[in-house]
Design a protein. Structure first.
Length: 76
């Protein structure tokens, strides 16, 4: 992550961030899983490409939070 110019979050060492004046991207790591979020689709795409060139990855698509009458659930 540091090679891709991400900065490690001081409060949580599993969170990495990269930003400029207009755009930002965050990567959350958990064991062998990644969750990426960004306000810029091109930045998200280029980061996925950079990571997949270094690691064997499977993109599971968008993470969805569905609001229901019961407590919220997260699925892919």
């Amino acid at each position: 992550m540091l090679e891709l110019e991400f900065k490690k979050c001081k409060a949580d060492h599993c969170i990495y961030a990269k930003w400029n004046d207009q755009d930002m991207i965050f990567v959350a790591l958990y064991v062998d899983d990644l969750v990426l979020t960004s306000n810029n689709d091109e930045l998200l795409k280029s980061t996925k490409e950079a990571l997949s060139s270094r690691f064997d990855m499977t993109d599971l698509g968008h993470l969805v939070v569905k609001k229901a009458p019961r407590p919220a659930s997260v699925y892919q």
